[in-house]
Design a binder for this molecule. Structure first.
Ligand code: DGL
Length: 262
């Protein structure tokens, strides 16, 4: 195997992965990052397991061709499916976002934990497994929120329609929930609405923090050298629309390279 390049790969169906990217940078990860948005297939969450596994395979093959040292997943739905059907073989390590998420609950006082996620993630039960590995006695309830990803992808995260959609999901949660997990990387982009709608004593948890901590450990263990801290964005969707979205959400200098959808 060739010497590590100081480059990490990250993928999502769209802009949701930007919340993981943000957490990586906040944690001081300074490797160069290649971000792939599979916008030709967004949203993943209401597709079949077989389709999502196919997208995952293609995303990992693409990142392999871009010679990354490791992949940090930023898409829960694909991790949920891979846990069920098996991870594709890769020449690098892949950090499973859901497998690391449960660590947020080790030694905490939360008793009734709600996870909101895509339909694909909820039907896998992967979050309950991950949380129970760290907090066996916690009660975990999972709810699918299929309306949210399309709202975020269309640039409507700040709209009243988004607030109403968040309200509707929150209304389905049982009483007494003390923590709410963003089980889809798009949802932290709606945090202002969750903060407004949820009861004050409910803690909002973004698994991206655990993923960033796991990335730090991986980088150290594999001896991946520091990079220049650059991010190169690729998409198989409309590059102009994606570039505008990335610039609006968090990286005003972003440049997006267009790829042909597989
Ligand atoms: N952001 C991804 C996730 O965490 C995918 C959402 C989607 O495309 O439905 O599940």
């Amino acid at each position: 195997m060739s010497a590590p390049a100081g480059r990490l790969g990250l993928y999502d169906s769209g802009v949701g992965g930007l919340t993981v990217l943000r957490a990586l940078r906040a944690a001081g990860i300074d490797q160069d990052i290649v971000y792939f948005a599979d916008r030709a297939h967004v949203p993943y969450g209401d597709k079949s397991d077989a389709d999502i596994l196919g997208f995952l395979r293609d995303n990992l093959a693409l990142l392999a061709s871009l010679q990354v040292d490791a992949v940090v997943t930023a898409c829960n739905s694909s991790c949920a499916v891979a846990q069920k059907l098996g991870w594709p073989e890769t020449p690098f390590e892949v950090l499973d976002l859901i497998a690391t998420a449960g660590a947020a609950f080790a030694g905490t006082h939360y008793r009734r934990i709600a996870v909101i996620a895509t339909a694909a993630t909820v039907r896998s039960g992967a979050y309950a497994r991950s949380i129970h590995a760290a907090a066996p006695d916690a009660e975990v309830v999972e709810r699918a929120a299929p309306a949210l990803v399309p709202l975020v992808e269309s640039g409507a995260a700040a709209s009243l329609a988004a607030r109403d959609a968040v309200s509707e999901v929150v209304a389905t949660l049982p009483r007494g929930v003390d923590a709410l997990v963003y089980g889809c990387t798009h949802y932290p982009l709606l945090d202002r609405w969750f903060a407004e709608v949820l009861a004050r004593d409910v803690t909002r948890i973004d698994p991206a923090r655990e993923q960033a901590a796991a990335t730090q450990r991986l980088v150290a263990r594999l001896g991946i050298p520091p990079g220049g801290g650059t991010t190169a964005y690729f998409t198989n969707g409309d590059p102009g629309a994606f570039e505008a979205a990335v610039r609006r959400i968090g990286d005003p200098q972003a440049r997006v390279t267009a790829l042909v959808a597989p």
